[in-house]
Design a protein around this ligand. Structure first.
Ligand code: PMP
Length: 394
């Protein structure tokens, strides 16, 4: 029965992790997958999560759209406690299997109900976006995002391409800490993008995988989402708690649909449930319990926010260290973009050939597009990685 099944390629990011695990060199460094590590290089469980994860009320099924307590907290975090859209009960929300599951539920919903199947995705974007949208049956188009010659945002390109997108097209927007470039529009640039999306009647689909991870400030990182919510009649959001709560393997997130009014939100949520029920019936409960417990307890919320800030600060500091080490080694290349970028990723500007050399000669692993997960750097390996970067870019 399976004889005609052909071997498929390994996932470019997760496949890299397998290659890293198989590497026996003690100097090896994994800058492939975007997972936070402490300065000791070890996986990191937040204290707030440890405190919230213990006592457990039950092991029963959650509703199809997740426990209402958790879903309400997820809404508040994304849209803000004082959000009028929340007060007006016009956001249809469901728990999702982390950000990826949220993206998939939203894109399946959009493919089923929106008038246009065209989705404009920034170039570059997180690789899995393309798989998700194609698998949902959407027609993937790209819009310019990055100017490789300047290692900077291609703002004119964004405006030009979105201006040319037909009315009703879906536009994928990274809320903050754009992956892989680490470059976000400024507030002024966001205002122009949002104005364009609104006047051209495009449908914004926001991916927020790094709230709090970009600046250490949850509200600041939600700026674009909240500004959009005040401006456009409808939007969708995929929200992940993998990075900001360090709950990667718990697969905890949410999908939200901002609607015209509460009646529309009820209709939308009914269809979201109809979509989810035959897929996985209802979501896992543990991650939702942890997030809900932390956000329901002021002491735990305070602890969590300070831990989130510490993680964001560590990544910003290690960016600075990397650039300093490169200068100390005598690199004449301009690496300043690394400190200008934010979040978990550094888009180094290195070529595939240089990335291949890093892997083969230095056992430093990163994706072919030159993206390095800064979270894999620490005070023990930053000098070694700087030396490797310098050697392959001389
Ligand atoms: N969106 C972006 C931009 C991401 O970088 C990631 C994780 N790398 C995700 C979504 C989804 O992650 P998860 O499914 O683990 O929440």
């Amino acid at each position: 029965f399976f004889s005609s099944v052909k071997m498929g390629p390994a996932d470019p990011i997760l496949g890299l992790g397998l290659a890293f695990n198989a590497d026996t060199d003690p100097k090896k460094v994994n800058l492939g997958v975007g997972v936070y590590r402490g300065d000791d290089g070890k996986p990191f469980v937040l204290e707030s999560v440890k405190k919230a994860g213990g006592a457990y009320p039950h092991m029963e099924y959650a509703p199809i759209s997740g426990p209402p307590g958790f879903v309400g907290k997820a809404q508040g975090l994304a849209f803000g406690e004082n959000s009028t859209a929340i007060k007006q009960k016009r956001i249809a929300s469901t728990q999702s299997l982390s950000g990826t599951g949220g993206l998939r539920v939203v894109s399946d919903f959009l493919a089923r109900f929106l008038p246009s199947k065209k989705i404009y995705v920034p170039n570059p974007s997180w690789g899995n976006h393309l798989n998700i949208f194609k698998d949902s049956g959407l027609d993937v188009q790209r819009y310019s995002y990055f100017d490789a010659s300047k290692n900077a945002l291609n703002f004119e390109g964004i405006l030009k391409d979105l201006n040319a997108a037909p009315k009703d097209s879906i536009v994928l927007l990274h809320a903050c800490a754009h992956n892989p470039t680490g470059i976000d529009p400024t507030k002024e640039q966001w205002a122009e993008i949002i104005n364009l999306v609104s006047t051209k009647q495009l449908f914004p689909f926001v991916d927020m995988a790094y709230q709090g991870f970009a600046s250490g400030d949850l509200d600041r990182d939600a700026y674009a989402l909240r500004s959009l919510t005040e401006t456009v009649p409808n939007l969708a959001l995929a929200q992940s708690f993998a990075k900001n709560f360090g709950l990667y393997g718990q697969r905890i997130g949410a999908a939200h649909f901002v609607c015209k009014d509460a009646e529309e939100a009820d209709r939308v949520l009914s269809q979201v449930k109809i979509l989810i029920r035959p897929m996985y019936s209802n979501p896992p409960i543990h991650g939702a319990h942890i997030v809900d417990t932390i956000l329901s307890n002021p002491d735990l919320t305070k602890l969590w926010k300070s831990e989130l800030k510490d993680m964001a600060d560590r990544m910003n500091n290690i960016r600075g260290r990397l650039v300093q080490e490169l200068a100390a080694l005598g690199s004449t290349r301009d690496w300043s973009h690394i400190t200008k970028q934010i979040g978990m990723m550094a888009f180094t500007g290195m070529s595939k050939a240089q990335v291949d050399r890093l892997k083969a000669e230095f056992h430093v692993y990163m994706t072919d597009d030159g993206r390095a997960a800064i979270s894999g750097l620490n005070s023990q390996n930053v000098q070694y990685v700087a030396k490797a970067f310098h050697e392959v870019t001389k």
